[in-house]
Design a protein around this ligand. Structure first.
Ligand code: SF4
Length: 265
């Protein structure tokens, strides 16, 4: 269900960028969405939904953490960062033993970044899929094949860039990374970026956009240059979204062309 909600939100955001202001709903769907309302709802129903209280969360090491109902954020305020002053292969080893969030209980293996340490171009997605977990490689599913084609169209091979995700473990069910998982895993991504020092980072979808530049809504920032620790970042749609919404490929290609120009390609 969370994945479906995410897809609906993504679709609505994309429709808004195309200038669409309204969506049509059948009377049956309106009645399903607003069951307590009159069976002949006004054209613009205003329904106030009180935010649900979020229970206090507990970190894997037992320390309590104040609950939050904010969306995914990369704030690491409530976590002690591990000593990550290590090389990239050593970092992968540290990650493989990580138990900083609940995903350590359900994963079969961690999925660390791949590519060259000398990459000028880095792609960051949200999290590994089950197929990625099986192969141990990020972007190994259909969306990864599409990403490969995008990378090749930009004049790179997959070995010349660096690919990674915000979180390094696949959730047990298909869903976006949780509010507690992103801050737990973020120190690893931050260290990867420090070690690679890419000239440009492409942020694939809303999760890395929120994690690195703390902005909500991929459609609002898509195609607009951002910055993380002095590195130019280009937010664009995730290839898995393009598989569902092929019409958005044109927008993504425009974003990637801006990246190519930035890199002198
Ligand atoms: S998702 Fe990240 S923080 Fe959570 S267990 Fe995996 S490596 Fe550790």
């Amino acid at each position: 269900m969370p994945d479906l909600v995410e897809q609906v939100i993504e679709h609505l955001e994309y429709s808004r960028t195309r200038g669409e202001k309204y969506v049509s709903l059948s009377l049956a769907n309106v009645q399903y969405l607003f069951p307590n309302r009159n069976k002949s709802p006004s054209p613009e129903p205003s329904v106030k939904v009180a935010p649900k209280p979020v229970p206090k969360k507990r970190r894997p090491d037992g320390d309590s953490e104040a609950g939050t109902n904010s969306s995914t954020t990369a704030s690491t305020d409530s976590f002690d960062e591990p000593n990550l002053n290590v090389s990239l292969p050593e970092l992968a080893q540290v990650v493989s033993h990580c138990n900083r969030c609940r995903l350590c209980h359900s994963r079969t293996r961690t999925v660390f970044g791949v590519g060259t340490e000398k990459a000028s171009l880095m792609f960051i997605g949200d999290g590994p899929t089950h197929k990625d977990e099986q192969s141990g490689t990020p972007f190994s599913d259909n969306s990864g094949e599409l990403l490969n084609r995008m990378i090749e169209a930009m004049g790179f091979s997959r070995d010349e860039v660096y690919l990674t995700n915000v979180i390094k473990c696949s959730p047990p069910i298909k869903r976006p990374p949780g509010d507690d998982e992103v801050p737990s895993c973020f120190p690893y991504l931050k260290r990867e970026i420090e070690l690679i020092q890419p000239r440009v980072i492409v942020l694939l979808g809303p999760v890395p956009v929120k994690a690195l530049i703390d902005k909500q809504g991929i459609s609002k920032v898509r195609g607009k240059w951002q910055s993380f620790n002095g590195i130019d970042c280009m937010p664009t749609y995730h290839p898995s979204y393009l598989l569902r919404m092929p019409a958005a490929k044109r927008d993504v290609w425009e974003d990637l062309k801006a990246v190519m120009r930035k890199l002198g390609k």
